[in-house]
Design a protein around this ligand. Structure first.
Ligand code: ZN
Length: 174
């Protein structure tokens, strides 16, 4: 496994629409392993392949609800087939928009169809944090970030803070 570099907004690649995976083979599994390692090392609970620059429909999630025990979930070609009308609100963050958070409303429940790590077809009913996380990650596959749901004013504030962070990070490197 290897830790990859996570792309930070603004970055055109993050706006790319990812493509379905045709075959779940060793190469795809290695990519999923690397994504998971990258996510854990960045203290995230979800990561889409496009966040490490790979436009494939791959997501990893681990809500880390089991105390200190890793419990990873892998989603290949995930597709939402049902969404509740009821919405819930969470304060969301994103590894591509580090250290900045905003409240986003999304359907509180969803049903997702996908292939698992072994390439087997699965359907999962998700609610609460998991439902939000899955929808956030599937958005990444369509080039959508959580800040797209905010008002222009709120989005601009976040983008401004983000560019400031980037400058500070660069200064540290020098
Ligand atoms: Zn994200």
């Amino acid at each position: 496994m290897a830790v990859k570099k996570i792309l930070i907004e603004p970055n055109k690649i993050l706006r790319q629409v990812s493509q379905p995976v045709n075959e779940v083979n060793k190469e795809i599994q290695k990519l999923l392993d690397d994504m998971l390692e990258t996510m854990y090392s960045a203290n995230g609970i979800g990561l889409a392949a496009i966040q490490i620059g790979i436009p494939k429909n791959l997501i990893v999630i681990d809500l880390l609800t089991k105390e200190k025990k890793k419990d990873p979930m892998y989603f290949i070609n995930p597709k939402i087939i049902k969404q509740s009308e009821k919405l819930s609100k969470y304060e969301e963050g994103c590894l591509s928009i580090p250290n900045l958070f905003a409240e986003v409303k999304r359907p509180s429940e969803c049903e997702v169809q996908y292939l698992d790590y072994r390439g087997e077809k699965k359907i999962l009913k998700a609610a609460g944090l998991l439902a939000t996380c899955i929808q956030h990650e599937i958005d990444h596959l369509n080039g959508i970030l959580f800040i797209d749901y905010l008002s222009k004013l709120k989005r601009d504030i976040i983008l401004k803070k983000l560019s400031k962070q980037k400058i500070e990070q660069k200064r540290l490197v020098i």
